[in-house]
Design a protein around this ligand. Sequence first.
Ligand code: GLA
Length: 562
Amino acid sequence: MGWNPWNAFRTDVDETKVREVAKAMVDNGLAGRGYRFVNVDDGWALKRLPDGRIRIRDSMFPSAAAQGSVTGTFKPFTDYIHALGLKVGLYTDIGRNTCAQRWDAESPNLPVGTVAERQVGSYGHAVQDIRTIFADWNFDYIKIDACGVADYTPDVAPVKAGLYQVAAPLIVRGNIPASDPREVEHLYAVLGDAVHKWGGEDATMSICAWGEALSPLWGKARGNLWRTSPDIEFTWQSMLGNIDSVIDGALYAGPGHWNDPDMLAIGHGDFDAAHLTEARAHFTMWTIMASPLLLGYDLRKSPAALLDIVGNPEAIAIDQDPAGNQGVPYRNGAAMIVVRTLSGQGARAVAFFNRGAVPIAASVSWAQLGLKPGTAATVRDIWTKRDRAAVSDKISVNLPAHGAVLLRVTGKPSNPAAAWLDEMPARVNVAVDGLTQATALPMGQFPVRVGATPDGLPIRANGKEAQRGIGAFANSRLEIRADRAFRRFVVAPAVLSGQQPVRFRVYADRKLVREVVAGPAQAAVPIDMDVTSAKIVELVALAPSGPARPPMIAWGNARFLR
Ligand code: GLA
């Protein structure tokens, strides 16, 4: 949680503004509610010096000008932010050049000098830059962009004109086969290693590759949050696209590693103080998706009505729930109903969201909430700040155009002894996803999903459509953190596509406990095994590998028993 100046100021990000916003965050109570990062984005670097160090643009950051130093230092600035009790972040790029150099070409605050001097991205300078940023300047957070390996190809006018060095495109936007995911991951890994070396275990690394080059699938191994989409624009339509880029990715998020559908657009355009319905709906979706909450408007002059939204303590508590489960969606026309398992027995958050411009009704059943039919639940409305009348079978709401309702529901689990995998996505690690270049998926489609096949169709168990479970490709391996909390593991594996048999193996702490084989026309024998002292349970599905895409499979109705 925090603030980033990009959406408000782009490269016009002078030190006074950032300091004043940080101070405002403390004074208006947002810092106390959990907003703790103040991040500087693109625009701070003046030039790269012959010895490889970067000179800070001290006309924008006057406190950085230091007697006898050619680079200047951010230390007075970071000291100021730290003294407010906040943390502070900076920005770089995995390539030689940043995004603003390409996309904000008219900005007066771009790097200056020769082609080499204007190479302020960290390519070839990973260790030097990261050491300076964390060890010398004392930052806590780094956002690492990727335009330098995407947008400086030979056909680009400023590159043709000799303004920038040509960079082989490791990312071709929207085109995974033409991109080089391995090399992009490698560049982030080099920077990530340096971040941990110089920033320590608490340092935060944000991967900004807009969901390209399969970054949501490997982001967890290299950083703490990773963008899943292009930059948010201040329109409803753009925000919907960002939601869709992340909504099916619950199995990739968890404590310390988060899908990032981008900074909040609240305070701008379709989400300004004249559009409180939309602003609330936007915030509702970010909280139910366990997304980073990075504000992006000028907090020195925030309308009170917007502070009430972004500072709502009960909404923030849902976003920050310690179990770290990202919500899982049900779709019904324009309605999205997203259920998120919270920590605490029988506690769930549910968001009802109207994508469209026509009012609709929506409901969620006890089965969808994993509650025992006929038993009462307490229902707290997060935006009206009232408890709703107790109900015992379903919850129905009316949603205005672009409206959302956010509830915290506490009830009796359908089977208190059962812990369903789809209610604990944060405990699942997709160790191997079965994906090959031939199966590379469009953006927003995740190869391992809760309650659906990788392409969004219903999963099956025991020859029937399954209510619950996990869909995946074969040749995948999932690790589940059982933490010795459970007694048995029960699952009905199924093969959902292809002609070949699939071998399903379940391991407890690396020991193979059960193996069953099934083909597309033949239901697998359900597995029911002892996991009493297991810390990690692994689910492996193996198919003969070939050039074709692996068959899709399901771990149907997968659950632990306590
Ligand atoms: C990219 C990023 C944005 C912002 C700009 C800065 O577009 O996705 O979030 O950091 O670069 O130039």
